[in-house]
Design a protein around this ligand. Structure first.
Ligand code: ADP
Ligand code: MG
Length: 724
């Protein structure tokens, strides 16, 4: 069957096939966290003292004695075997942004050759995967490939069911044999500790007697596309790059906005329910689901959790989305921009900090101007985003996200803070050294007596801001859909820690000088606003005016591509920030830069090779076939004295030639290897390679518009987006 016949066959099969029937919904009680080794399960399985120790560690991060690990290991093994798991795996989070696991069996043989199961505290605590194939940015030579994983007792172990059986998964950190972090978990935990120390200092200065450990929280909204796998299998670009490198825009795109929050197609709903059931079993609190802006695009958002656990859960969620899709005949695309001209996918990272004694410190309460703790923590965020905007930008830099940021439908690549009317007004007052209640938001009155009245929110939502205050948390909206949330969380916690340390110092000086507390807070925040207030922006972040004003008047940086943003990881101020807070040593930071740069360069190289391959071997042949058909027809009707208009044939010939010329230049361009630096190489990818890919695409998409539909060899946008 030819490609174009396969395409027609795919449409037929998808539209006539029997969808997977919805499974009978199970009660939440029955399935909630059934595959997780929770504290509740530990309570009945562990000795009293071991349980108490585990609980304390999970709740406060307190150190755990090695003998407790023996107890936990024994109980974990019994539980895992009862769930049918014969294997255990340390799950860790290398710098690729993916999850990794190395499976080991519980089974050993005794002296008589009998198989018995074994799982000790030391096996639970420490693993030694062959780390040589994980990126390390030069920290380890391949001949010194040792890497260790260590159990993170604060993130619960769980059972993962796969086609190959069940495995006990143990969330772990991953470090080199010299002790450097090679993963995303170590710095996330360190950043949390740094934030806790700094925040505690501030709260104590504010006179809080009791201050429980502070923790950061994260609730991530995940956007994704679903494409029928029969179509996806006919698109090498979707399979290998996760996005379409070609495809003319469909006659109808998203301009009607009729997909956003529309009724979820039945087949998709069945899929979502299957995803949710798996997530519930894993103790992941999936909370909202809906259609997104683009056709074929959806969103899932779990309820927020502590950042460390949420990050592990987010990785699982992406895996579950992809694996479940396969079972339902879909491919789940997590790429930031699977379809040109159609909205891309992001991952809004909602983030806050709080503790058991003071609650959520980014919750302003009913009278924000009286909530001094809130104002200090909010001020700390403002300072952080202003000082470390480039770090935040670098933390979300990737080849995929470059298609989104600054592309007029996603947050701009300029980092600013949106506070909302009421809070912004308070900080404006603080600039003048004042602090008296700003305008109340009041009650919303719809003029309908049957609708229960409710208080107005203190601010709208600004969809054009990359970093927005949303009532009791900040929402980092510029994160890419396939990225790990850990990078952004590390950056946010660390910048917050630094700002809180700065605030503590200033506050201490004011209080020591005898200033009363409210006046001291205003004085510190006034100084902060004088230096950093220009990062606050409530207007339209997409507008050209903002792009000009941000850069020219406010001195903010516009870093449109990864090539522009990543080098900031090597900036002295960023190095100093991470060193000062103890989150990453300069060796660790540099290795990260190397890894991320390499991943960027490699992703673009893969795409470039694919573009050449598809243009040459799929699109060009289709164009030539159709051209030859036109020529044959023209010749045969000429015999009847009919002269056919040759415009189409000429256009096809011209576009084909132009495409192949661009293909030749692209193929030549990615052979270049002599770069003076990694930065130069990245800039070359962002500029030259991507530019040539766009050129190839332009002509290929023009061909799609000319060639007979029944001969077009790749599933079209309208099919992939609209046929489910
Ligand atoms: P929206 O689309 O309106 O921004 P959603 O309900 O889709 O909101 O997602 C909001 C996310 O923010 C959810 O994951 C929610 O749990 C999370 N969230 C709420 N409060 C906090 C908080 N204090 N810290 C972190 N995340 C939070
Ligand atoms: Mg949101």
């Amino acid at each position: 069957m030819s490609r174009s016949e396969s395409r027609a066959q795919a449409v037929f099969e998808i539209t006539t096939g029997e969808p997977i029937a919805a499974a009978k919904p199970k009660s939440l009680e029955e399935i909630w966290a059934s595959d997780v080794f929770t504290l509740v399960k530990m309570e009945s399985a562990l000795s009293k003292s071991a349980f108490r120790a585990m609980k304390k560690t999970m709740e406060t991060g307190a150190a755990l004695a090695p003998d407790v690990a023996d107890d936990v290991a024994a109980a974990m093994k019994t539980w895992a075997l009862s769930k049918g798991a014969n294997y255990f795996a340390h799950v860790f989070y290398p710098l690729t942004g993916a999850s990794a696991e190395k499976h080991d069996s519980f089974i050993v043989t005794d002296a008589s050759g009998k198989a018995i199961t074994e799982f000790s505290g030391s096996l639970l605590t420490k693993g030694e995967p062959d780390g040589s194939s994980f990126p390390n940015g030069g920290i380890r030579k391949t001949n010194a490939a040792r890497g260790y994983t260590f159990w993170d007792p604060t993130s619960p172990a769980f059972i993962l069911d796969t086609e190959n059986g069940a495995t006990l998964c143990i969330p772990s950190v991953f470090v080199s044999w010299t002790g450097e972090a090679l993963d995303k978990k170590v710095p996330l935990m360190r950043s949390n500790a740094a934030m806790n120390a700094a925040g505690t200092k501030v709260l104590k200065l504010m006179g809080e007697q009791e201050v429980a450990p502070l923790n950061s929280s994260c609730g991530a909204e995940q956007e994704y596309f679903l494409v029928d796998s029969t179509f996806a299998n006919l698109r090498p670009d979707l399979l290998l790059a996760g996005r379409t490198l070609f495809g003319a825009p469909p006659a109808k795109g998203q301009e009607f906005d009729d997909h956003y929050f529309g009724a979820i197609p039945e087949r998709v709903q069945v899929y979502m329910e299957a995803v949710e059931e798996t997530l519930y079993r894993l103790g992941i609190p999936a909370k909202t689901r809906h259609n997104e802006v683009a056709p074929g695009q959806f969103e899932i958002a779990p309820y927020f959790e502590s950042a460390n656990v949420a990050a592990d859960h987010q990785q699982m969620l992406m895996t579950v989305l992809k694996n479940t899709a396969r079972k339902h005949g879909f491919v789940c695309l997590l790429h930031e921009k699977p379809f040109a001209g159609i909205n891309g996918s992001g991952k809004h990272v909602n983030w806050s900090v709080g503790n058991a004694t003071q609650g959520n410190l980014l919750d302003p309460g009913a009278t924000p101007y009286e909530n001094l703790n809130f104002l200090l923590f909010c001020g700390a965020v403002i300072r952080g985003v202003h000082l470390y905007g480039p770090l935040l930008r670098a933390a979300i830099a990737s080849a995929g996200n470059d298609h989104r940021l600054g592309a007029n439908e996603a947050p701009p690549a300029i980092l600013s803070v949106y506070l909302g009317g009421e809070i912004e007004a308070i900080f404006e007052q603080i600039k003048d050294g004042k602090l008296d209640g700003a305008g109340e938001s009041g009650i919303m009155d719809l003029g309908l007596s049957q609708i229960i009245p409710f208080a107005k929110d203190s601010g709208d939502r600004n969809r054009t801001s990359p970093f927005a205050f949303t009532g009791n948390r900040f929402e980092f909206r510029a994160v890419g859909s396939q990225q790990s949330v850990s990078g952004p969380l590390i950056a946010m916690n660390t910048m917050l820690a630094d700002s809180l340390n700065w605030i503590a110092e200033k506050l201490d000086a004011e209080l020591t000088a005898g200033t009363d507390k409210p006046a001291a807070v205003v004085a510190v925040l006034k100084a902060l606003m004088a230096e950093h207030g220009q990062v606050i922006f409530g207007g339209d972040g997409y507008s050209a005016e903002w792009h000009r004003m941000a850069v020219e008047e406010r001195g903010l940086l516009n870093l449109p591509t990864t090539a522009d943003a990543l080098p900031y990881l090597k900036d002295e101020s960023i190095k100093a920030l991470f060193a000062r807070t103890g989150v990453l040593s300069s060796v660790e930071l540099e290795s990260r830069y190397e890894v991320y740069a390499e991943v960027y360069i490699l992703s673009i190289a893969v795409e470039a090779r694919l573009a050449v391959d598809i243009a040459k071997t799929i699109i060009y042949p289709a164009a030539m076939r159709y051209l030859s058909d036109l020529a044959d027809t023209s010749a045969s009707v000429a015999g009847m004295g009919i002269e056919l208009d040759a415009t189409t044939a000429k256009t096809i010939a011209a576009e084909s030639n132009a495409m192949m010329s661009a293909v030749a230049r692209l193929a030549e361009a990615f052979r270049k290897e002599d770069f003076a630096s990694t930065e130069e190489h990245m800039q070359y990818c962002a500029g030259v390679i991507r530019g040539l890919m766009d050129e190839v695409r332009l002509h290929a998409d023009a061909l799609e518009a000319e060639i007979a539909d029944e001969q077009w060899p790749l599933p079209k946008y309208r099919e992939m987006l609209f046929i489910k």
